[in-house]
Design a protein around this ligand. Structure first.
Ligand code: NAD
Ligand code: UDP
Length: 311
């Protein structure tokens, strides 16, 4: 039984990670300030004696004794991370400093939930880990993109300077149950709109692309990365390489929900990346991981979740 700390454990990805690690027989400490996460996401886990929750903001130091740390605390939806951009950068940077400091003190292995936003609006397609990215340092998305880039810098400096046992995964657009209905990201927005026969809001012309990974696949990848040999430090892309236009995603969701919704166009947000698709050959080689859930299966499970939320 390992003692594991998960920051951001009450959020969308964190709650699935907590469930899986608990099911595997570990002893968990979940830390969250509930900025975007909720107790509801983890309510099923409270009955376990090996699940402990702390309301705590990672911008402040934390003292716990664990073997492993998964650092996920940070709002991930553009709507939420742009709501208080200064806090977003603080969460990424101060959060990383505090969690790395903790890992160093207690000699724990630490994994950073980094992001495809590291690549910004990419000029290289699909995105490989060695690509340095095309990021606006002063735009509305910068608090998140640059915060996450700085966190990666800190992880690699702690590894070089203090020989810390680090792991960095770059997560591409992930979806599934436990996303907040008002999360603001595309999959939850479109499903909620479709289920209520409201207009589906496609930003821009809908020709921009994303590659959507189902949550169970992602969580398997994160755990595989954490369990890999200490030589595998990353960064490693985790995502589903099948690419969709946002307009096509809207049509698929209308079909799957048998919705009467119409598609309407809204302005494309500033600096919205035009294309995104992970090259996952590194994940296949280093940790023998690739996603197995296709978009239709994943969407059906997600639609079921949101249907229950609306009851
Ligand atoms: P989420 O918003 O559902 O979860 C983030 C969690 O962190 C929430 O529970 C929130 O309350 C908590 N949190 C935020 N600030 C905090 C702070 N200062 N102290 C403590 N807790 C704090 O988002 P998610 O989709 O579950 O994302 C989790 C992580 O994965 C994030 O770090 C995000 O950047 C990364 N990521 C997610 C995706 C994706 O598609 N979901 C893609 C790339 C990267
Ligand atoms: N998007 C959209 N309608 C919405 C929400 C998002 O067309 O209601 C678009 C958004 O402009 C972007 C893509 O969907 O091109 C993915 O957006 P999301 O916020 O999910 O994540 P991102 O990958 O941009 O961080």
């Amino acid at each position: 039984m390992k003692k594991i700390l998960i920051t951001g454990g009450a959020g969308f990805i964190g709650s699935h990670l907590c469930k899986k690690l608990l099911d595997e027989g570990n002893d968990l400490v979940c830390v969250d300030n509930y900025f975007t996460g909720s107790k509801e996401n983890i309510s099923q886990l409270f009955k376990s004696a090996y699940f402990e929750v702390m309301r705590h903001d990672v911008c402040f130091p934390l003292y716990v004794e664990v073997d492993q740390i998964y650092n996920l605390a940070c709002p991930a939806s553009p709507v939420h991370y742009q709501h208080d951009p200064v806090q977003t950068t603080k969460t990424s940077v101060h959060g990383a400093i505090n969690m790395l400091g903790l890992a160093k003190r207690i000699n724990a292995r630490i994994l950073q939930a980094s992001t495809s936003e590291i690549y910004g609006d990419p000029e290289i397609h699909p995105q490989k880990e060695e690509y340095w990215g095309n990021v606006n340092p002063i735009g509305p998305r910068s608090c998140y993109d640059e915060g996450k880039r700085c966190a990666e810098t800190l992880f690699f400096d702690y590894q070089r300077q203090h020989k810390l046992d680090i792991k960095v995964v770059r997560i591409f657009n992930t979806y599934g149950p436990n996303m907040h209905p008002n999360d603001g990201r595309v999959v939850s927005n479109f499903i909620m709109q479709a289920l209520q026969n409201q207009d589906i809001t496609v930003y821009g012309d809908g020709n921009q692309t994303r590659s959507f990974c189902y949550i169970d696949d992602l969580v398997n990848g994160m755990i595989k990365m954490m369990s890999s040999s200490s030589k595998v430090i990353g960064p490693i892309n985790l995502g589903n390489p099948t690419e969709y236009k946002i307009m096509d995603l809207a049509k698929i969701i209308i079909e799957l929900t048998k919705s009467k919704s119409k598609i309407i166009k809204r302005n494309l947000p500033l600096d919205d990346p035009m294309r995104r698709k992970p090259d996952i050959s590194e994940a296949k080689d280093a940790i023998d991981w690739e996603p197995t859930t296709d978009l239709q299966d994943g969407l059906e499970q997600t639609i079921e979740y949101f249907k229950n939320k609306l009851k």
